[in-house]
Design a protein around this ligand. Structure first.
Ligand SMILES: [Zn+2]
Length: 254
């Protein structure tokens, strides 16, 4: 029963993520105004705006103009719903669950905004840094994944500096910008949330995943080494993988 509830709540929040992904980069108000179809600008009726169900009933098309609705909407709702279920399964009803749910909502929005627009808005990273640091003063949280406040502070600064250094040297050597400061702030978020140990692992895993995705397109010559890639999504994937295996990783190395 609770799993079903987590799934429904997750899909509703996923629907909210979609609104943010669409409106944040365009500087539109997130809270005000009803949802509308991106093609015909017609308002979407509440009964056409139910996560999953509407998408399936309308066969992914707008009721008014029958233009195709991007399957991204469906995907985001699905990822969000599944994440809620997994987090609930792992941590039950707890503060840890609440924190991780807040984090995953922000992560989903950042993931798709960076993928589509190559930006990571400060409106998303700054609140996450604050929450990540503030929660470290609560000693009763899950100790295997969450650090104390000193570790959290070191992690935040370390995460920001290491990406900043990469950007700095890349600029010196190639005279080009590889990553942006948005990536540095996102890495600071990871550090504030999960402590300094998470930084090298997140960087390692995300670089590995990025390479895995970059090599095929490099071989096909659709992309050369200088093409800018949004690195935010890889940082997020790296961070999630690290947190999933934090326990094992800490046992292996520390
Ligand atoms: Zn339409």
């Amino acid at each position: 029963m609770f799993y079903f509830l987590a799934f429904v709540l997750g899909s509703i929040w996923g629907s909210f993520c979609n609104v943010c992904i669409y409106r944040l980069p365009n500087n539109q108000n997130i809270v005000k105004g009803r949802s509308f179809c991106p093609s015909c600008k017609n308002q979407i009726k509440w009964y056409d705006n139910i996560p999953f169900l509407s998408f399936i009933f309308l066969k992914g098309k707008c009721r008014t103009c029958s233009n195709k609705i991007s399957s991204q909407y469906f995907l985001v709702e699905f990822i969000s719903a599944i994440s809620f279920v997994i987090i609930y399964h792992l941590y039950g009803i707890s503060i840890t669950t609440l924190l991780l749910i807040i984090l995953i909502i922000f992560f989903i929005i950042i993931f798709f905004v960076d993928l589509k627009y190559f930006i990571i808005p400060n409106e998303l990273t700054f609140p996450l840094m604050f929450i990540g640091f503030a929660k470290s003063f609560e000693p009763n949280l899950n100790q295997t994944i969450f650090p104390n406040y000193i570790n959290s502070l070191i992690g935040g600064v370390f995460g920001y500096l290491i990406i900043w250094l990469i950007i700095f040297f890349y600029k010196k050597v190639r005279n080009k910008e590889g990553m942006g400061l948005g990536d540095a702030k996102l890495m600071a978020v990871v550090g504030f949330w999960f402590g300094w140990v998470s930084i090298p692992f997140t960087i390692f895993i995300s670089s590995f995943v990025a390479l895995f995705f970059a090599v095929p397109s490099l071989l096909k010559k659709t992309r050369d080494m200088t093409t800018q890639i949004p690195f935010g999504p890889y940082i997020i994937i790296g961070c999630i993988i690290y947190v999933s295996f934090a326990n094992q990783i800490k046992h292996m190395f520390l």
